[in-house]
Design a protein around this ligand. Sequence first.
Ligand code: V47
Ligand code: SF4
Length: 373
Amino acid sequence: MQEDQLLTICGYAKTPEVLMGIARKIAEGQRISGEDGLALFKQADLGFLGMLADHVRRKKNGNDAYFIRNFHIEPTNICINKCRFCSYSHHFSSTRWELTVDEILEKVRIQDQRVTELHITGAVHPDRDIYYYGDLLTRIKSVRPALHLKAYSAVELDYMIQKSGMSIREGLIYLKSCGLDSIPGGGAEIFDEAIRTEICGMKSTSGTWLEIHETAHQLGIPSNATMLYGHLENYAQRIDHLERLRQLQDRTAGFNAFIPLKFHNSNNAMSRIAEVSVVEDMKMYAVARLYLDNFPHMKAYWPAVGRKLAQISLSFGVDDLDGTINDSTRIYSLAGAEDQNPVMTVSQMVAMITEAGRTPVERNSLYQMQGMQ
Ligand code: V47
Ligand code: SF4
């Protein structure tokens, strides 16, 4: 849609002047302010948000919607922390696991050869150090050298690096030399210090999370960013989170994708909080797409949001549905997400994207196109 058409349609719906002003900024490719972001959350309806977010998505990614062939390994759920939203760690889950290195290598060996990415993340185990995790990367690479290793959230990295007595920079250089290719976006939760203390006070601070990602980017290690939404936070705190990410990305351009993660309320210490509605989910995707003008990609992680909503999110700014997963993650199934065995075939992924009117593109971890077989 052309910019003038966009503005005509927005104006046609008797849109309040404050929102028309934001639509004009977006049509002209200008950055929106924190105040604008708040107004979008509070005053804009879904149709308006979807139209603007879809316009920005199309400018950045054309008609393409991405997916990847990937799988996860969660080495352990034994954790030193006690995040109140977590249904996964041994504190709340009825299961408790510590995979051995051989078990992990076996999981790598049995994967389809067309899988290109392994996402490794888990709990913060008190006894495992950076040498254990570095060696794990090296051994996985020796089994599957071409596999991209997106490994260890900033919270896991913080603990293993501190335990080793290294600086963040030294720790990341060491892990890169062992085979670390990129860093997943987990552990960001919500940066607002008061809410963070309430929901995950034992965890690494927001400042540390941001510092680890900034240092990684300086070392040529790209990463993702997430935000856990739909619990105690308000709209201003969501905008504050997006603002801190936007500022960091202005300095480094090292983030690939932003992934809003909807809070799920089963089996955790925050179960009394109701899960937010679909409208709230789509608002979150759209406002994030509009606010994070320097992020190339917006991802709907389908095991978290559900297949149907992930498909709809393609009309609210999202251009990436993550991957085939192959039933290898428990974080969301334990928290009550609809998919208890998250696995998606390539043909299911292609059908889902095509039905939403987008062109399915199989990507690698750096958003380069893969030949689909
Ligand atoms: O940091 C934990 C979230 C995250 C719950 O980078 C919960 O490509 C909702 O970050 N309800 C870990 N969310 C997962 C993660 C991730 C996932 C997929 C792709 C990428 C990527 C990163 O899961 C945690 C936390 O925010 N989480 N428990 C829960 N009850
Ligand atoms: Fe541990 Fe991560 Fe769960 Fe927090 S969210 S308790 S750090 S596994």
